[in-house]
Unconditional design. Sequence first.
Length: 747
Amino acid sequence: MKAQILATVATAALLAGCTTAYGEDLDTMATPSADAAAIPSGTGYFAADSTLPFKTPDFSKISEDDYIPAFEQGMAIQKAEIQAIIDNPAPPTMENTIVALEKSGRMLGRVARVFFAVTGSNTTDRLDEINTEISPKLTAHGDSIVLNPELFARVKAVYDNRAAMTMTPEDAALLEDTYDGMVHAGALLTEAQRTRVKEINSELSEITTEFGQQARAAMADQPVIFDSREDLAGLSESDIKAAADLAAEKGFEGKYAIALQNTTQQPLLPNMTNRAAREKLFMASYNRANGTTDIDTRPLVAKTAALRAEKAALFGEADWASYAMWDRMAEKPATALGFMERMVPALANTQRREAAMLNEAIAAEGGDFEVQPWDWYRYANKVKAERYDLDEDAMAEYFQLDTVLEDGVFYAAEKLYGLTFQKRSDLPVYHPDVTTYTVFDRDGSELGLFYFDPFQRESKRGGAWMSNFVDQSDLWGTKPVIYNVLNIPKAPEGEVQLVSFDNVNTLFHEFGHALHGFFADQRYESLSGTAVARDFVEYPSQVNEMWATYPEVLSNYAKHYRTGETIPAEMIEKLEAASQFNQGYDFGEVVEAALLDMKWAALSREEAAAIDTPEEVSQFERQSLEQLGLEIDLVPPRYRTTYFNHIFSSPSGYSAGYYSYLWTEMLDRDSRKWFMDNGGLTRANGDHYRKTVLSTGGTMDYFEMFRNFAGREPDVTPMLEARGLIAGDEAADSEASDGKLPPRTVN
Ligand SMILES: [Zn+2]
């Protein structure tokens, strides 16, 4: 469960607890004397719900000038609403405090949902300016709610009385989330403790910003310099020219310079034929920001670890991870660590097997050396090309965008859940490339609206995502209005719009999020649909990817655009076989980074204090990695401590959270196994998954949710099999995994 309304994040959509200005249609809320007169009313487009079907935004009526006033008014209204809750002379109750808080900020929620949707997918300079201006104000506004002591006193009064109250499970979840969210922000601390937390927050903010700048400088300001063109043998002419230009720009006229990229491995390495040059480039990356040049982020790391551990201790937590993971499924660092450690034996075996295979390839070529990290991808790519000659362009000829969506993604949703879709053309959209569909439920009733925005354009940020224009909520009587945004290169005018298999997969993935939103069946928006924990939210979307290559679905949509012939099975088999190649490295480096993140986050205050000097930082990293038992010198972590931006470049960021990618993959692969064991693509399976997982939002314990679905605890074995780390028949007796997760610590 996750306290969505209390999360003090830059998007006020999360603050949308919501009310249509106080007084309107407060069906359940007989608030004795909330002073309606004191609540200002808004003006402009966002002051009221849209009058379009499903209350979907009317883009024909929204202008850029509407946003700032709507944000300002929305915050002012919510502030007044909060004050009215505080000033209510009646004793605090679920309705007049917790639900009233949930209902507050409706105008703010309305503007934020639209604003952040369009700045993400169709921004302008003006929208970017507004974003810069409004984001800190929204953060401060959120803080002023979660850190309001008078509001907390009322919330706590309700919470402390909860044993005596009769509540639905969803009410109980809302109450607990509201309370926990405020406690997490510091509501239970003493004045002195709160002052110290504020100091720590601002110190962390400075230190982590500096970490980000130094890590960036270690890439941008310190490219690797090569003296001669021979060093770059194997690179393309344009890469060589770029290296010459960069050297000149950095004052090394006549030489060559390669800028480092984020990860430990560097993208140009596989093409470089000069082994000494490969080693030089790799080692510069590997030793980045660790004092081998004048940049050393280790003192910042030591300070960050100490401050985080101190902050956690102020909250009575054993370590930073325990504090940061309060609203996650895994909840305790030991659970996440145990889960990852369980993969280690199989992974270590695979790493050694792959190294042996690459050593053979090197010997076959007449090389007299053993593979090192700087050689790895050069030889892995060669072996891969020999074994699987995947022709991605030839494959894309079977994937026409409209057909993939309607006869693939929608078809699978119909078979599993009984959904049907009708394209419509009457709704205004924010860009002409956006299409809309009404989604009908299994009984033929309207379930929601779906917006589909597939194409790359300059005004859109990278990646793919899903969100809501309108959240499902029984309280407001709203049905979900959901959008999927992708970045598919648009075919030239008049040509058939084909997509890569990667993008096919992304279509199924994003629609998996959409299903999670469409099947939401909650009373409260802050618990509705995808308002779930970070280590859970990617689970339903990953599960939906399984239907992309499911034979019955595939044969319905993957047809050659000219001949109409169905995609040959060998093509898909080859694709799936290739996806298991090189996992000792590809997967291993991610597991190592995730473990390293968790080790840093799981330090007690005393342990953190003992890591003080730069040398001690290096030692701790080395020790932590050595303890794992993986081949860390052949396969180093994807990010080393000194340039692990995800966890050290913002006050919290992905710290104690990098494992989430692996965790949701475990849930996903285990669920795919359940579907396959139970007959695959059937309505019965879909309805069961919908009932137990997709419709439950953030209203219950996630382990319970999973048990309701699968009838058992999640199991890591199917993920290891899918990655090719263990063979299916090995699973039963492999020491690598009895599969079971360690029991979750409850306290
Ligand atoms: Zn996703």
